[in-house]
Design a protein around this ligand. Structure first.
Ligand code: SF4
Length: 336
């Protein structure tokens, strides 16, 4: 609720911060147990920072992250101290994007995958080895690989190691930050299928961060669209893809590759300019500098209403969403 993260970018001669860059701004978002929520948007829109706030590798400067415990109580992860956070670091885990840079080349798979159990005091010695062996098996790697180093493995295998490291403490919520974007196309489907199998087997909830709308459509139950640090639309995946209610979503969808060659390139909406300067956010709707439907008298002046119902179970943050009749993806991109 109201989650906000800003980074200091400029200090004065006395060391006081005089300028901040906007990264995540007043985000409200709910993730239901067992679902996969896709978080999409172009590079630099704040997706990764939001994910890092949820796993608390970043401490947000404002707002709350309510996490529902099994007994029905809720903890605000944003307000907890490092010590208080410890039990939640088992339950909320991150899968890194890059399987090449995220594994320490001087550590064996046993050390890498077993590290969360060791540092959190969950298991040691032969029990830790047994659990690493079992986890490697679950992600499709042979347990005898545990004595080897990351350089002996392909990109897809390294991402399996990454997944094993994230899942070994038996988390409930997993933030997967572009988990397949650094991989060859040929192994992406394997890793996505593995994530889906593990979700079923281990009762996991995913926040799936991606800029690839084809992948998101194929595995997410719901989607949240992020622009310039804010969530501008949320809906069930099929509703969002076929009947977008925010002009930014329409532009993103227009760039999804079309399986029908006769339709390729048709209707592509090319947005002018880049994202606004995060140290100097525009007034009014932050998308008005690029929006094809912007009305300067309204959009450049007043903040659009926050996320509000634009259709049934479908929220958007635009002054005119229900009046625009935006175009979605009619038949959807090819499945994986
Ligand atoms: Fe575009 Fe105006 Fe809607 Fe913003 S409020 S998305 S500028 S039409």
């Amino acid at each position: 609720r109201g989650l906000t993260m800003r980074f200091p970018v400029k200090k004065n001669m006395f060391g006081r911060v005089t300028r901040y860059a906007r990264a995540v701004e007043n985000v409200d978002l709910a993730i239901a147990r067992g679902e996969t929520l896709g978080l999409v948007g172009e590079s630099g829109c704040g997706k990764t920072t939001l994910g890092r706030c949820i796993v608390r590798t970043h401490r947000p400067v404002g707002g709350s992250i309510f996490y529902r415990n099994d007994d029905g109580s809720a903890a605000d992860l944003a307000a907890l101290t490092t010590k208080q956070l410890r039990p939640y670091q088992r339950e909320v885990r991150l899968i890194f994007q890059d399987p090449f840079s995220s594994l320490n080349p001087r550590m064996t798979l046993l050390q890498i995958v077993g590290e969360p159990l060791h540092t959190q005091g969950i298991a040691r010695g032969s029990e830790l080895e047994d659990r690493v062996a079992e986890m490697l098996r679950r992600v499709g790697l042979r347990p005898e690989y545990m004595r080897r180093y990351p350089h002996a493995f392909s990109g897809g295998e390294r991402q399996r190691v990454n997944i094993a490291r994230a899942l070994i403490p038996q988390p409930r919520l997993v933030v997967a930050d572009e988990p397949v974007s650094a991989l060859d196309v040929s192994v992406r489907a394997q890793i996505l299928n593995l994530l889906l199998e593990l979700q079923e087997e281990l009762d996991l909830t995913y926040l799936f961060i991606s800029h690839d709308l084809s992948v998101v459509e194929s595995i997410c139950h719901r989607v949240a669209v992020m622009y310039f640090g804010s969530i501008v639309e949320t809906a069930a995946t099929s509703d969002l893809y076929t009947q977008p209610q925010h002009p930014y979503t329409e532009a993103l969808l227009s760039a999804v590759p079309q399986p029908d060659p006769r339709l390729r390139g048709s209707g592509r909406i090319r947005l002018p300019d880049d994202l606004p300067d995060p140290t100097d956010p525009p007034a009014g709707c932050s998308f008005h500098t690029r929006c094809p439907y912007a009305r300067p008298d309204t959009c450049a002046v007043g903040d659009p209403p926050g996320l509000h119902a634009a259709a049934q179970d479908h929220e958007a943050a635009c002054h005119f969403s229900s009046q625009l009749h935006l175009t979605g993806v009619a038949s959807g991109p090819e499945g994986l």
